[in-house]
Write a protein that binds this ligand. Structure first.
Ligand SMILES: Cc1cc2nc3c(=O)[nH]c(=O)nc-3n(C[C@H](O)[C@H](O)[C@H](O)COP(=O)(O)OP(=O)(O)OC[C@H]3O[C@@H](n4cnc5c(N)ncnc54)[C@H](O)[C@@H]3O)c2cc1C
Length: 574
């Protein structure tokens, strides 16, 4: 089957929906999502969205910019960070006008709370900058944007999984998708495609991410010739529930929760004397693991405690009800009386499809873009997070750059003629699927996936070193080789997860290789990338972005300079 639109947006999270709203009612737009739209991972965001609206305490966008740049370990492009932090207050007011029910101060203004790495007066003390709706901030924003897109008449194709991009003579003119309920292969022909496919936390065994976060958009763009940028920077959030990785939002510490080791000691005071438990995530994750390595994990095990008992049932009930429920359901803990066992969990990809501030996907080193292809949200790297993202800056990123990408697409389609559709691309995907279904190898997808997640966790997570990274690279290449000998047990056409996982596994193996290559190449420690064999940051050699492209079938590394405007790199202490 074939369908025709002006624009196809892949992904119904905040980035995709915000872009759809910006297109306006004049454009014929389709949003495709492999899960039901409002089950996109954005809906799981708990803690808040950052903006210097100064409702509770003095604040300025320049402080927000400084914190973001410092948090990024000076790798973020400062022109892009300036766009984001300057635009943040408007973004909040716009959400409010669209109907987002934020928490309120006693005098009725949007309430704000503290979050890791956000400070007043260039690092002097924590500041309340996160706007929030209890601990369901992503949920309420996603639902609000979704309602708006329905009102505008955007067409949704939920439970359709995009398997390939249509790129004809270097121009992107559509996608080929698979309808989960029927197994039908559908080609969508259009003038512009916007990828808003979210992150890739499923690369790792322990993650806070949803099952859909398999990095499809990044892999599809990479295979189509786009560059992936700074993929070695993977964020581990300090507080996932022990063994499960389910997130306990930083809002818990923003509201006053503290981390304690086996001695009951509030250990973050030692590592970050000024902002303590509200230090950025890369630091707190390392400190937790250091405490555990030094034998101060609880009961000698690989976790520490997050203590909220002193906050009282009222604050917990009004502001942290959802995480209290998670702790009860998944760890059997009543947070008003007992601490929660926590360990770092893979949370966010700082890297992604190299994109400019208007969503244009970069194809060459000189800033040329791939016509017809755009990207926004977690799958893109505009480079506002550099080597480590601050909490609350991702929702902001999805909305600011989702809107800008939507505007750029709107302008692009005005001047772009409707491309001539060809059946070739759908047919190619159909025959690829037939080959997969007919394969009669002995390897099982679930096992290959688990081995990949295990090796990534062991060697490519918070602490890294050359020998472990080399071992991981070898393993990933061996898994790729073995993935040529799989078989698909489920031969049906209705919700065939087995088949789709085979495709997702291929995407993740590509991305795992890119992450490891970047990590091996970067012989320094910066932000979330910590090399035990190179524990210093090395601005002389490594103050650059890592770009990885496919050259033939092999990944090829190159570099791009970091844009520095206001803040020169300095030593990063908190
Ligand atoms: C538990 C959790 C809590 C978080 N809390 C916060 C917070 O408080 N503040 C903050 O700033 N950030 C937070 N984050 C990060 C933030 O939520 C995400 O980075 C952001 O929401 C990503 O939005 P997105 O629009 O880029 O993608 P997502 O919301 O992940 O959506 C991706 C979309 O792409 C679709 N898709 C993917 N692949 C395909 C395919 N092949 N075919 C079709 N569709 C596809 C999916 O179906 C989905 O609709 C949190 C993240 C997690 C995991």
């Amino acid at each position: 089957m074939d369908r025709r639109y002006d624009v196809v947006i892949v992904g119904a999270g905040l980035a995709g929906l915000r872009a759809a709203i910006e297109l306006g009612e004049g454009a014929r737009a389709a949003v495709i999502s492999k899960v039901f739209a409002t089950r996109s991972h954005s809906g799981a965001a708990q803690g808040g969205i950052g903006a210097a609206i100064a409702n509770e305490e003095p604040d300025q966008w320049e402080w927000h910019m400084f914190d973001t740049v410092k948090g990024s370990d000076y790798l973020a492009d400062q022109d892009a960070v300036e766009i984001m932090t300057r635009d943040a207050p408007n973004t909040i007011f716009e959400l409010e006008h669209l109907g987002v029910p934020f928490n309120r101060t006693p005098d009725g203004r949007i309430a704000q709370r503290a979050f890791g790495g956000h400070t007043r007066d260039f690092g002097k003390a924590p500041v309340k900058r996160a706007c929030y709706a209890a601990d369901r901030t992503g949920r309420v924003i996603l639902d609000t944007l979704w309602e708006q897109t329905l009102r505008m008449g955007v067409d949704f194709f939920d439970e359709h999984q995009v398997l390939s991009l249509i790129v004809d003579e270097g121009i992107c003119t559509g996608v080929v998708a698979y309808e989960l309920a029927t197994g039908a292969v559908v080609a969508f022909h259009c003038k512009a495609v916007l990828l808003a496919t979210g992150g890739a936390g499923k690369l790792f065994k322990t993650t806070s991410n949803a099952f859909a976060s398999t990095g499809d958009g990044m892999a599809l763009a990479y295979r189509a010739g786009a560059a992936l940028e700074d993929m070695e920077f993977v964020q581990f959030h300090p507080t996932g529930i022990y063994k499960l990785g389910i997130l306990i939002s930083e809002a818990a510490r923003g509201e006053g929760g503290v981390l304690r080791n086996a001695d009951g000691d509030r250990f973050m005071e030692r590592y970050a004397p000024v902002i303590k438990d509200l230090a950025p995530r890369d630091m707190v994750s390392r400190c937790i693991l250091k405490e555990i390595q030094d034998g101060r994990g609880i009961g000698g095990q690989a976790f520490v405690h997050l203590d909220l008992t002193h906050l009282g049932p009222d604050v917990i009930g009004r502001k942290l009800a959802e995480i209290a429920g998670f702790a009860k359901t998944y760890a059997g803990v009543d947070v008003t009386r007992e601490p929660i066992p926590v360990q770092p969990t893979c949370h966010y990809m700082m890297g992604g499809i190299a994109a400019n501030a208007d969503g244009g996907v970069m194809a060459g080193d000189s800033g040329t873009t791939l016509p017809g292809l755009f990207a926004a949200g977690e799958c893109a790297c505009v480079s506002v997070h550099g080597a480590n993202r601050l909490g609350c800056n991702s929702l902001l990123d999805t909305l600011v750059f989702g809107r800008r990408a939507g505007a750029a697409v709107r302008d692009f389609i005005r001047t772009t003629p409707t491309p001539k559709p060809s059946d070739r691309f759908r047919e190619q995907t159909e025959s690829r699927l037939s080959r997969l279904m007919a394969a009669d190898g002995t390897e099982k997808i679930g096992i290959l996936m688990a081995e990949m997640q295990q090796v990534m966790m062991e060697h490519v997570s918070v602490f890294r070193q050359a020998s472990g990274l080399q071992a991981a690279l070898q393993k990933i290449r061996e898994l790729r080789e073995r993935s040529n000998r799989i078989s698909i047990q489920d031969q049906g056409h209705c919700f065939n997860r087995n088949l789709l996982e085979a495709i997702e596994l291929g995407h993740m193996l590509d991305l795992a290789e890119v992450v490891i290559l970047g990590a091996l190449d970067r012989k320094e420690s910066r932000g979330a990338h910590w090399r035990e064999d190179f524990p210093q940051r090395d601005d002389e050699k490594f103050l650059h972005h890592t770009m990885v492209r496919l050259s033939g079938r092999a990944p090829e590394l190159s570099y791009r300079p970091v844009t520095i405007t206001r803040f020169q790199p300095r030593e990063r202490t908190y």
